[in-house]
Design a protein. Structure first.
Length: 61
């Protein structure tokens, strides 16, 4: 399952080519890449692969 918690899922945004913050600490994920990132979680949920927040279910697989 895909861990939807921010600590783990922020790397998916980077993998899609997006950024979390600029040099001053301002959010940068309010753009097309951020929308793509959120759509990733919707698609995973629709496929029935959604995970639990901060669980060890991914480790137990």
């Amino acid at each position: 399952s895909l861990e939807p918690g921010f600590f783990f899922s922020a790397a998916h945004l980077h993998g899609l080519g997006g950024l979390l913050l600029d040099e001053a600490g301002n959010p940068l994920f309010n753009d097309d890449k951020g929308v793509e990132w959120l759509n990733l979680f919707l698609q995973v949920q629709e496929a029935g692969l959604g995970g639990d927040y901060y669980s060890d279910n991914d480790v137990n697989l």
